[in-house]
Write a protein of this length. Structure first.
Length: 168
């Protein structure tokens, strides 16, 4: 299986990472690009619903529970270590042209940082060799491309051009 290109969307908490990704997906989909998203969560989480069968089976001690239907599959599994984006893609993601990774600031993947001057003093990934662009609430001086938050179409075009030239 060929690993599709990964593009990270990074930034501090509450800067609009999920909102940007949510706005990019329909544009990319319209251009024929099938997108998967990996969202990093730095703490424990639970997506299962208490009282439902899969939750009950997990609570009973199952290491992994899988729910499968003709249209979806979900896996909840205890892990001994955190999986990195490439590991997640190689194990669980198939049939997509692009994987957008939300978070994983320190990963060695091409990334776009959302930087809001009103929220943060400095970008968190400014010195990262894998940083390819900024999305911001106001322009600032940098050698990287800079997009305003509402320039979603331009950001999508930038991503499409980047992956067509660079792959992953």
């Amino acid at each position: 299986m060929t690993i599709p290109p990964l593009i990270g969307i990074v930034g501090t908490s509450k800067v609009g990472k999920t909102t940007l990704i949510e706005r990019l997906i329909p544009i990319l989909k319209e251009k024929g690009i099938a997108v998967a998203v990996i969202k990093h969560h730095p703490h424990d989480f639970d997506i299962d619903i208490p009282g439902k069968d899969t939750h009950r089976l997990k609570a009973a001690g199952a290491k992994t529970t899988v729910i499968s239907s003709p249209k979806k599959i979900a896996i909840v599994s205890d892990v001994k270590k955190e999986f990195l984006p490439n590991e997640i893609v190689s194990r669980f993601v198939d049939g997509v042209d692009l994987v957008i990774v939300e978070g994983y600031k320190k990963e060695k993947i091409p990334k776009i940082e959302i930087f809001r001057h009103k929220k943060d003093k400095n970008p968190v990934c400014a010195d990262d060799a894998y940083l390819i662009a900024f999305v911001t609430d106001s322009c600032f001086k940098t050698d990287k491309p800079v997009f305003l938050l509402d320039e979603v179409q331009k950001i999508a075009e930038f991503i499409m051009n980047f992956i067509s030239k660079n792959g992953s």
